[in-house]
Design a protein around this ligand. Structure first.
Ligand code: 6PG
Length: 275
């Protein structure tokens, strides 16, 4: 895992765009939410040095997760990415693999999306060249929320968990897919993510070393921490044969102390400050 800190969201997006054009991924799983929009707009911007370096006709785009809404809904991740990128680049429609979240039956939407993944990748667990992820303030990633049964799904590629805090279903790729990615990139910006980023790094450190006296800093369970088990869903992202990169801004990293770099000994190049 590497974590790089940049001045702000624009610099994070630019670093991610450079990484993507160098990586030349042919299969990409995109996250939604608000953070990656800057990146998607940058990749599509004809005045920037990225758009013409992407083989749009050879690249297939999937979604890590989706809200249970139709594609025209303001909450739709597909709508966000289509407005920010797809509609502005020479991308064949067949290369866009949208989650059919307009289906009132979220479970069926998950089943159909799994079939789409299997059509593209064959029967083996999909190995995306690139997976973009974010993190929520309580540690969720994709739509894998704390205490969700979806975290324990090890056979299916896509599921439709009910998310009580959102009072809605979500459709999300599961850990077997996310942990089979060749390159996983987290984009995290803004002061609202400072607490969770510190916790994720600190408790990640905890699971790698002798656990401290057991007092619960985990997500509101009151249960003693089970050493070795991810405390936050985002910590369950640990690709078998892939690299994990965190691209964050200073506001998100403001609570991360250099002491976290103790992980560096373990091959983590944790805190690289970038201009
Ligand atoms: C979604 C995302 C989700 C997102 C986090 C962070 O559909 O919302 O895929 O996992 O990455 O919620 O969201 P923000 O970028 O909006 O903070």
């Amino acid at each position: 895992m590497t974590l790089e800190i940049f001045n702000g969201p624009a610099e994070v997006a630019r670093a991610a765009a450079s990484y993507i054009v160098d990586l030349r991924p042919r299969s990409v799983a995109l996250s939604g939410g608000s953070t990656p929009r800057v990146l998607y707009e940058l990749l599509a911007d004809a005045n920037e040095p990225f758009r013409d370096r992407i083989a749009w006709d050879e690249t297939h785009f999937f979604f890590t997760d989706e809200r249970h809404v139709p594609p025209a809904d303001p909450d739709s991740n597909y709508r966000m990415v289509n407005e920010a990128m797809f509609s502005r680049v020479p991308l064949p429609a067949a290369n866009v693999h949208r989650i059919p979240a307009e289906n009132p039956d979220a479970e069926q939407a998950a089943v159909d999306y799994e079939a789409d993944l299997r059509r593209f990748f064959g029967e083996a667990v999909p190995a995306f060249d690139l997976i973009l992820l974010g993190v929520g303030e309580e540690g969720h990633t994709a739509s894998l929320f704390p205490h969700s049964s979806a975290l324990h799904e090890m056979k299916r590629l896509v599921v439709a968990p009910w998310v009580s805090k959102l009072d809605s279903y979500r459709i999300t790729m599961t850990l077997p897919v996310l942990n089979n990615g060749r390159s996983v990139v987290f984009l995290v910006t803004g002061a609202s993510k400072a607490e969770i980023l510190r916790e994720v790094i600190k408790t990640d450190k905890r699971t790698n070393e002798t656990p401290e006296p057991q007092h619960d800093t985990g997500p509101s369970s009151g249960q003693p921490i089970d050493p070795g088990q991810p405390i936050y869903p985002v910590q369950a992202i640990s690709p078998t044969n892939g690299a994990v990169s965190w691209l964050v801004d200073k506001a998100a990293a403001r609570l991360c102390s250099t002491s976290n770099s103790s992980n560096a000994g373990a091959g983590n190049d944790l805190l690289n400050k970038n201009p």
